[in-house]
Unconditional design. Structure first.
Length: 283
């Protein structure tokens, strides 16, 4: 029977793992580099902070940037209290395994629903049933539904990571369950909760399908009220790319570069905040 020397096998496995890691890095940098090359031509101060002209072919994309952040801000306001609250309930308030498994299954199912289904839900609920026009509020709430599983799961992991000894010490000093959650559990879990919120924010910024029926291309529109119509970077990108004209494709790649830059910035910000809060808590 043919056998391989364990040391040789160890080197082969290590080589395969190195190749896998390098492939991931190569694919990521290839995508970023290609989009950078295609999108850099339109980059300028006016492109970031200016208003669009000639049906988004000239000028800037600031209304879409503003509308995107306004929309995801509303989604976080909706998703954070519900997601964190549900996580606290699952970890600290219930020991019913059937209930925990049921809620976990429902959350995982919600996370697996195709994003276009959320868009149809938003169209049916806000436009058809509630008779609302496309607005920041409608798009933000649908995105809130979509990122809710991410917020809940990351918060649950963060809360479960709090050492039991610290909670028992709080109870030994006479603190109630609510006091322990407020002064021990949530502060210790804060780095993970904040990191999860920022990662959910990055996901919301990059979504197109859930908001495709709930935003409109209004070139000079800056939404003030949550009921105002708004632009979104991903929607403008989709509409420009669908036209297939050279100038619109060029602008679409510029928007892609802006989106990737925002998402990468949020990812590094999440890591920085997580490390900073963890160091301060452990002091």
């Amino acid at each position: 029977m043919f056998t391989i020397n364990p040391r040789v096998m160890d080197k082969i496995v290590k080589l395969i793992l190195w190749i896998s890691a390098l492939l991931i890095i190569l694919i990521l940098f290839s995508i970023i580099f290609y989009i950078f090359l295609r999108g850099w031509n339109v980059m300028s101060i006016e492109f970031i902070f200016g208003w669009p002209r000639e049906d988004w072919e000239q000028g800037g994309i600031f209304p879409a940037i503003f509308g995107t952040f306004y929309m995801v801000f509303i989604s976080l306001i909706f998703a954070m209290p519900i997601g964190v609250g549900a996580s606290v309930f699952l970890v600290e308030f219930t020991r019913n395994e059937k209930l925990i498994n049921m809620i976990s299954t429902l959350v995982d199912s919600l996370n697996a629903i195709p994003s276009i289904v959320f868009g149809l839900l938003g169209l049916a609920l806000f436009v058809s049933y509630l008779k609302m026009a496309p607005s920041v509020l409608a798009a933000g709430l649908i995105l809130g539904f979509m990122i809710l599983p991410t917020v809940m799961r990351t918060s649950e992991v963060a809360i479960r990571s709090v050492p039991i000894s610290e909670k028992e010490g709080s109870y030994a000093l006479g603190a109630t369950r609510l006091q322990t959650i407020r002064f021990v559990v949530l502060p210790r879990a804060l780095p993970g909760i904040v990191t999860g919120a920022i990662l959910a924010l990055g996901r919301a910024i990059g979504e197109t399908a859930p908001i495709i029926f709930l935003v409109i291309m209004t070139p000079a529109m800056i939404p003030i009220s949550p009921l105002d119509p708004n632009n979104a970077l991903t929607y403008v990108l989709y509409m420009l790319a669908a036209e297939q004209t050279p100038r619109r494709i060029e602008v679409a790649f510029g928007i892609s570069l802006v989106l990737i830059s925002i998402v990468l910035f949020l990812n590094y910000t999440a890591r920085f905040i997580n490390n900073y809060l963890s160091r301060n808590i452990n002091r």
